[in-house]
Design a binder for this molecule. Structure first.
Ligand SMILES: O=P(O)(O)OC[C@H]1O[C@H](OP(=O)(O)OP(=O)(O)O)[C@H](O)[C@@H]1O
Ligand SMILES: NC(=O)CC[C@H](N)C(=O)O
Ligand SMILES: [Mg+2]
Length: 501
């Protein structure tokens, strides 16, 4: 996941986009970029780093114009350490296009070849988003050849794009001199919503929190497969461009990725997490008698709503036992296992008195590589806890994700090919309680019964697009492994009884 935003206004947009990106920072910490448009000229600044570091006053001054877009990147393709893969991407024809992308294409490799051989287009990075931009450019070129661009040409192009690209994509693009185009894949895997402000300006963003924070009012989600086109004078056009759209948003957005104060696809992320805490409480009762738990302690940040609800249902005190260093970012979306591991200790510190002599139930939203839980359990023991139980508001993460979450290899997932007791031994806790896959889907899905379901592939191995082959997964793995600076891939976890396949 990355965070994306686009604005069409009748006033300067640079600060609005900056503010929105700050509110989307939790979706990507690796690189950030903004493009604005004045007349027909694009102005771009992008670099590696967090929003605050990438944009200095001089950079902001150099971003004039009333239309623009931006992105915060969490790499899921290509190389996390490459500055040139920061977004937005630009091509000069047709018209001049810039594009930002949240998601991951599963056929980028084949498309890159096809673009070169058939469309005579050159891709200069390993980024799937550069491939996507070139497919969009080629299809707009085809649909408008020789005549001025009409709104229908844009939709025709998106229809063709849907047919060529596979995987997950929420996209915002600017067509120089014409307007802002946004579209979402036919399964609506990655989120995208539209808002308007009092002056009639439009903002399209990954999460509703970005709209609200920038003074816009949420209007609606972009539907799966739908394209919206906002002309430079502020006219909004929209059309369904997919043949058989079905709504399967990524369940991991609700588990971890999105901010709790966002509402995605009609579901409050906060309420989804409360509901998961409720169903998790039932699982806890059947594993550890509640009278053997003295205190419920969340692992900051994302697990708090679930832990709070769980504690309330069990009638056990909810206490803060870990203090988060607010200057350390999210560890899961950091590139490289070595840096992730070091960061857990830098990020979280114990309040010893909450652990000493107590049986504690630690609650996290998810256990992926096990980096956090392993460290945290040890920290609880070092602080004098008698028994350390661990509960995860999400089920075991057993399968690679190919739709924009950086867990491409089975071997890095602590739950892959292991029983819960084997995972418990690795993490080092006295009992380990996981959410159940169906219970999770029901807990979140009950908040919007109109959804067809969820992409929960990392939990159940079902890839909703229906076209992901094991070869695709291997290829996506190859692209990622070995790209992580300072990574100790083979020693990621000290696994006593590995059954990796
Ligand atoms: O098993 P792991 O591979 O360690 O991944 C899971 C952990 O990573 C995330 O926390 P993160 O620090 O990224 O963000 P948060 O502050 O939002 O909880 C998540 O909330 C879990 O705590
Ligand atoms: N997490 C994302 O959405 C990543 C977008 C794109 N695949 C990249 O790696 O830059
Ligand atoms: Mg966490």
């Amino acid at each position: 996941m990355c965070g994306i935003v686009g604005v069409v206004h009748n006033a300067p947009v640079n600060q609005l986009i900056y503010d929105a990106l700050l509110l989307l920072q939790h979706r990507g910490q690796d690189a950030a970029g903004i493009v604005t448009q004045l007349d027909r000229k694009f102005f771009m600044h992008k670099a590696k780093g967090m929003v605050r570091d990438v944009f200095r006053t001089r950079n902001m001054r150099a971003l004039p114009g009333h239309t623009g877009l931006g992105q915060v990147r969490y790499p899921t393709a290509g190389n996390a350490f490459s500055e040139e893969e920061a977004q937005p991407f630009y091509v000069n024809a047709p018209f001049g296009l810039v594009l930002v992308h949240n998601g991951n294409l599963t056929n980028a490799h084949a498309l890159k070849h096809e673009l070169f051989q058939t469309d005579h287009r050159h891709i200069n990075t390993e980024s799937d988003s550069e491939v996507l931009l070139n497919v969009v450019a080629h299809e707009i070129e085809k649909s408008t050849r020789g005549v001025p661009l009409q709104v229908d040409d844009v939709f025709k192009a998106v229809r063709a794009v849907h047919k060529r690209i596979k995987g997950s994509y929420a996209v915002i693009s600017l067509i120089a001199g014409h307007g802002l185009l946004a579209f979402r894949d036919p399964f609506g895997i990655r989120p995208l919503c539209i808002g308007r402000n009092a002056e009639g300006a439009f903002m399209v963003a990954s999460e509703s929190v970005a709209l609200e924070g920038a003074g816009f009012v949420f209007e609606r989600d972009v539907a799966p497969g739908e394209a919206v086109f906002v002309t430079l004078d502020g006219q909004l056009h929209s059309q369904q461009c997919a043949d058989a759209p079905q709504h399967y948003p990524c369940v991991f957005e609700f588990v971890y990725l999105a901010r709790p104060d966002s509402v995605l696809d009609g579901i409050s992320v906060y309420q989804a997490r409360l509901n998961m805490g409720e169903t998790l409480a039932k699982r806890v009762i059947s594993t550890v008698p509640p009278n053997e738990i003295d205190v419920v302690i969340p692992i900051p940040e994302s697990s708090r709503p679930s832990a709070m609800q769980l504690a309330q249902l069990l009638g056990i005190p909810y206490r803060e036992g870990f203090v988060k260093n607010r200057y350390v970012g999210r560890t899961f979306i950091m590139p490289g296992q070595a840096v992730r591991k070091k960061s857990v200790r830098q990020k979280l510190n114990v309040i010893g008195s909450e652990f000493k002599g107590r049986n504690v139930l630690l609650v996290d939203d998810s256990i992926v590589r096990g980096t956090t839980s392993k460290e945290i359990v040890q920290m609880a023991r070092d602080a004098g806890a008698r028994k350390v139980y661990m509960a995860s508001a999400a089920p075991p993460v057993r399968y690679p994700n190919v739709y924009g979450i950086d867990m491409p290899t089975k071997s890095e997932l602590v739950a892959h090919g292991r029983t819960v007791d084997e995972i418990r031994q690795i993490i080092g806790c006295d009992a380990l309680i996981y959410q159940d896959v169906d219970a999770m889907k029901k807990a979140i899905g009950s908040l919007n019964p109109t959804l067809a379901g969820f992409d929960a592939s990392c939990f159940d191995g079902v890839y909703v697009t229906g076209d992901v082959t094991s070869d695709d997964i291997v290829r996506l793995n190859e692209k990622r492994v070995g790209t992580e600076e300072g990574d100790d891939d083979t020693s990621r976890l000290a696994l006593p009884n590995s059954q990796e396949g």
